[in-house]
Design a protein. Structure first.
Length: 210
C-alpha cells in the first residue's frame, strides 16, 4: 500500500470516528434535555375517585357460584398543569377477598388533557362465577352481618405527553373500595333506583400506582 493510500485511509477512519462521536453526543444531549424537562415538570400520577355503585344482581347460588351485575361510576383527574395522559388500555373488574368475581369491562382509549377530569360508568358483570370455598363461607357471613366490601379495580397502560414528547407505556393499577350493605339499603347510604337495584353513594378515593 502506498503512503498516499494509507494517508487517505487514516483520514476516512478519523472522519468516521468523528461522525460516530457527534451522533453519540447529540443523542446524549437529547436524552439529557428530556430528563431535565421531566424532572422540572415533576409529573404526578392521576387521581381516581369511585363516586357510586349500583347493584342490580348479587346472588350466591348452588355450590358457591356468584352472579353479579354492578354499575360503577369512577372519575379520573389529571393534576398536572403541563402533562397530558393517554389511557391506551383500561379494564375494570370487581374483586372480593383477592378473587376476581366479574369479567373485565373495557373502557375505550382516551386522552386526558391538563387538569382534565374524565368520568366513566361501566358495568361489571359475572354470571355463575365459581368462587373459592373459603370465600363462599366469608361471603355468607358478610351477607349475614349486612356489609360487604368489594374492590373495584382498574388495570391498564398509560403514556404521558409533554409538548411533542410522548413517554413509553406505564402500567396503571387502581384499587377502589366499595362497601355494599344488605337488608336495609338506607342504612348503608343506599337508594332504591329500580326493581331490586340499589345505588350506593361512595365518594371514596382510590389507591393508584403507576
Amino acid at each position: 500500500m502506498s503512503k498516499e493510500c494509507a494517508h487517505h485511509s487514516k483520514k476516512r477512519s478519523k472522519l468516521t470516528r468523528r461522525i460516530y462521536a457527534g451522533i453519540l453526543i447529540f443523542l446524549f444531549l437529547v436524552l439529557l434535555t428530556i430528563l431535565l424537562v421531566w424532572a422540572i415538570l415533576q409529573p404526578t400520577k392521576p387521581k381516581f375517585i369511585i363516586q357510586d355503585a349500583t347493584v342490580y344482581v348479587f346472588n350466591v347460588t348452588g355450590a358457591n357460584f356468584l352472579s353479579s351485575s354492578i354499575q360503577v361510576t369512577v372519575s379520573a383527574h389529571n393534576p398536572n398543569d403541563k402533562i397530558g395522559i393517554y389511557y391506551d388500555r383500561l379494564d375494570v373488574f370487581a374483586v372480593y377477598r383477592n378473587q376476581q368475581i366479574t369479567l373485565r369491562t373495557v373502557i375505550q382509549p382516551t386522552y386526558q388533557g391538563h387538569n382534565d377530569v374524565n368520568v366513566w360508568s361501566p358495568f361489571v358483570v359475572g354470571n355463575a362465577v365459581p368462587i373459592a370455598p373459603y370465600n363462599g363461607a366469608a361471603l355468607y357471613q358478610d351477607q349475614a352481618v349486612g356489609t360487604l366490601l368489594l374492590s373495584i379495580k382498574l388495570d391498564g397502560r398509560v403514556r404521558f405527553k409533554v409538548g411533542a414528547f410522548v413517554s413509553g407505556r406505564y402500567h396503571l393499577n387502581v384499587d377502589c373500595p366499595a362497601t355494599i350493605s344488605f337488608g336495609n339499603p338506607a342504612a348503608g347510604n343506599g337508594i332504591i333506583v329500580g326493581n331490586n337495584a340499589v345505588k350506593y353513594q361512595l365518594v371514596q378515593p382510590c389507591s393508584v400506582s403507576v
